[in-house]
Design a protein around this ligand. Structure first.
Ligand SMILES: Cc1cc2nc3c(=O)[nH]c(=O)nc-3n(C[C@H](O)[C@H](O)[C@H](O)COP(=O)(O)OP(=O)(O)OC[C@H]3O[C@@H](n4cnc5c(N)ncnc54)[C@H](O)[C@@H]3O)c2cc1C
Length: 386
């Protein structure tokens, strides 16, 4: 059996790994010229953690784990307003949580599978012939590939989804925010941060900085936005939105001007009633982006790839794709709904909302109220792998 996978992100490389272990041949098509380090530090837990454990990847991931102990919400003068105790968050997940730079997860997957598959970098699919008994694709570089299954793991703006299921606007739900992230090298700022993950929180805007060790200093931004159009000049858009703020913003915005790999996107979800058609299936953000607000896109990308591998691995593709959808669809929709509800928590719209979050975080750090933290996170952190 042979799978063609569009996208070598976390979903695509995970699918390659899990299907290769079932004996499939794999060809991956990735539009970027190579692996990319860009991205933020993700909370890796739930389905992704379980999938990584079954693939034997936990030691390699643990070696890249960033030592977050606390997330400190601060004012513009750097005074602390509240703290999320990362150890307590981990305890609410029975310790099955790692803070990992997105690019490091991709790197660990790549190292595990790259020698056993073929990856075509720097190209993309231009046409798809999707049949009941197989699939063929033509690449922009002129090559043609054929296989038993095409997996669209090409992210929220998926080309495969567009070609097989229709235009993006039929499936995307804009949640009213933009986000950006990049990695910088700034030894002086690193020293100042002293290992603490700091988040500046002002109404409708958040900026986080964290020293992710070898992965560099990761910076992320999230802010309310009226339009779903993505700006052509990302650094200029960040300066326009955050240029009036103090704290570390002047240095961070200068760093953005110098950075040539800024991740910038709308905060959106992808909602579909089915993820497969004949011999084509979507996974990860391409199928079910839950958004930054739900905070588990990377985990669900790897978890979904594992479930797909388990379901279609034996070669009964038609039955397996139906089972894959049945196993995941309902839980994914619940996670998306939960994510939408946390918008005011994630980027508080007013000073009052900010205060309420501060109060919640500070109170739940007290042992007698720690159960509230479990209750808050438990429904959305449940794994889909049983
Ligand atoms: C460089 C990078 C940085 C990111 N940083 C953040 C961040 O800071 N915050 C955040 O919330 N999310 C970020 N994300 C998204 C996050 O990684 C995903 O939400 C999550 O990991 C799910 O992964 P995925 O593999 O489904 O999708 P993605 O991580 O989006 O991976 C999709 C892959 O497909 C490739 N691709 C896209 N179009 C095509 C095409 N036409 N043909 C072939 N390949 C294609 C992409 O280059 C990418 O490698 C980032 C993604 C990338 C690629």
């Amino acid at each position: 059996m042979k799978a063609i996978i569009s996208g070598a992100g976390i979903a695509g490389l995970s699918a390659a790994l899990f299907l290769r272990r079932k004996g499939w041949d794999i060809e991956v098509i990735e539009k970027a010229p190579g692996l990319r380090a860009a991205g933020y530090v993700v909370d890796f837990f739930g389905s992704g953690y379980d999938a990584a454990e079954r693939a034997g990847l936990l030691p390699a991931l643990a070696a890249k784990k960033v030592p977050v102990t606390r997330i400190s919400y601060v004012n513009q003068d750097d005074t602390e307003r509240s703290v999320l105790d990362y150890g307590q968050f981990a305890a609410s997940l029975d310790g099955r949580l790692m803070g990992l730079a997105r690019g490091d997860i991709e790197r660990v997957l790549y190292d595990a599978v790259a020698d056993h598959i073929s990856i075509h970098y720097g190209t993309s699919i231009s046409t798809i012939d999707n049949r009941d008994d197989g699939v063929s694709v033509r690449l922009e570089n002129g090559e043609t590939l054929s296989g038993d299954l095409l997996i669209g793991a090409d992210g929220i703006h998926s080309r495969v989804r567009e070609l097989v299921f229709g235009p993006e606007e039929n499936f995307i739900r804009f949640l009213g925010y933009h986000t950006a992230a990049f990695v910088i090298d700034d030894a002086e700022l690193n020293r100042e941060l002293d290992g603490v993950f700091r988040i500046l929180s002002v109404p409708d805007r958040q900026v986080g900085i964290y020293d992710a060790g070898e992965a560099g200093l990761t910076v992320f931004f999230a802010h309310k936005a009226a339009s779903e159009a993505r700006p052509a000049d990302k650094a200029a858009a960040l300066r326009k939105t955050y240029g009036d703020l103090g704290w570390h913003l002047p240095a961070l915005l200068d760093a953005a001007d110098r950075c040539d790999d800024i991740y910038y996107d709308t905060i959106s979800q992808i909602e579909m009633d089915r993820w497969h058609d004949k011999r084509c299936v979507l996974i990860g953000d391409a199928a079910y982006a839950v958004s930054l607000l739900a905070g588990q896109g990377a985990s669900l990308a790897m978890g979904g790839a594992y479930i797909l591998g388990e379901q279609v691995g034996d070669g009964d593709v038609e039955r397996g794709l139906a089972q894959f959808e049945a196993q995941m669809m309902e839980d994914v929709k619940a996670k998306q709904a939960a994510g939408r509800k946390t918008a005011n928590w994630f980027v508080p719209p007013t000073g009052f909302h900010n205060m309420v979050r501060d109060l919640f975080l500070n109170v739940t750090r007290l042992p007698m109220f720690s159960f509230l933290m479990n209750r808050f996170f438990a429904p959305s952190t449940k794994s889909l792998i049983h």
